[in-house]
Ligand binder design. Sequence first.
Ligand SMILES: C[S@@+](CC[C@H](N)C(=O)[O-])C[C@H]1O[C@@H](n2cnc3c(N)ncnc32)[C@H](O)[C@@H]1O
Length: 279
Amino acid sequence: MNIVLRSAYQRSVAAYWNNEKAPVNLKLGEVDGLYHHHYGIGDYDPAVLEVPADVRDQAIIVEMHRLETAQADVLLDHFSYLTAGDRLLDAGSGRGGTSFMAHKLFGCQVDGVSISESQVEFANGQARERGVADLVRFHFRNMLDTGFETGSMSGIWTNETTMYVDLYELFGEFARLLAHGGRYVCITGCYNDVTGGRSRAVSQIDQHYICNIHPRSEYFKALADNDFVPISVVDLTPATIPYWELRARSSVASGIEDAFLTAYREGSFHYLLSAADRI
Ligand SMILES: C[S@@+](CC[C@H](N)C(=O)[O-])C[C@H]1O[C@@H](n2cnc3c(N)ncnc32)[C@H](O)[C@@H]1O
């Protein structure tokens, strides 16, 4: 049996997610039962800021949730050619929101892995409630060493999880898991090599989430090193700024909003989608 938590660092990341009960995640998930631990994209409806004070907060929460679901839709669009016979891996699956969306869209088997046991338990409970537990399964496993069979996956995605791991190690494991021609899709925050090293705002984000944001260049070096050929690269930065502006005005703001807005506006940080095929 593989050891899931291999370092003091991984144990601290696991502890963070095991104890995480942030309203910004839970209240948004309660809107329709899809729990995301990622950010949103797209313009918000400014009318949510004008509704009467007693319902304004809930209106903002519903709108933020819509933008987070829109983000997952954009990621999953890159797998639109898949069919029910395919198998997908959600690497760093959180409470499972994107996995349930993927299963609904493609009808296929989805396996999610997380180093947080409480997230895995929560997401498997959701799978049972939704009646999809035979096809959507969550596992307490490390995405660097998943234990799944070589060549068993048609697609893999990481939705805001790569800043916790070494990219060369991660993409090596993904190259092993994907069948020839299989696709990997990543949404992540990364810092801008053009403006230099980690800015103060990027360092604040790292510290807040106990993560290690990589430079943009490292994604493409590590992909190329592991036989992945990019097919799409989309800078989602302009599309995510409205989400952060709305979040900063919500009751569920967590205190990290200014750092994200500063980093995006000064150009030291991008919100990047990359899709690459395994050759
Ligand atoms: C920001 S959350 C994203 C969750 C999910 N992808 C989503 O979009 O809702 C980061 C996730 O990465 C997971 N994670 C971090 N390091 C990991 C590792 N080495 N192996 C597996 N999961 C990991 C955490 O447990 C957590 O579920």
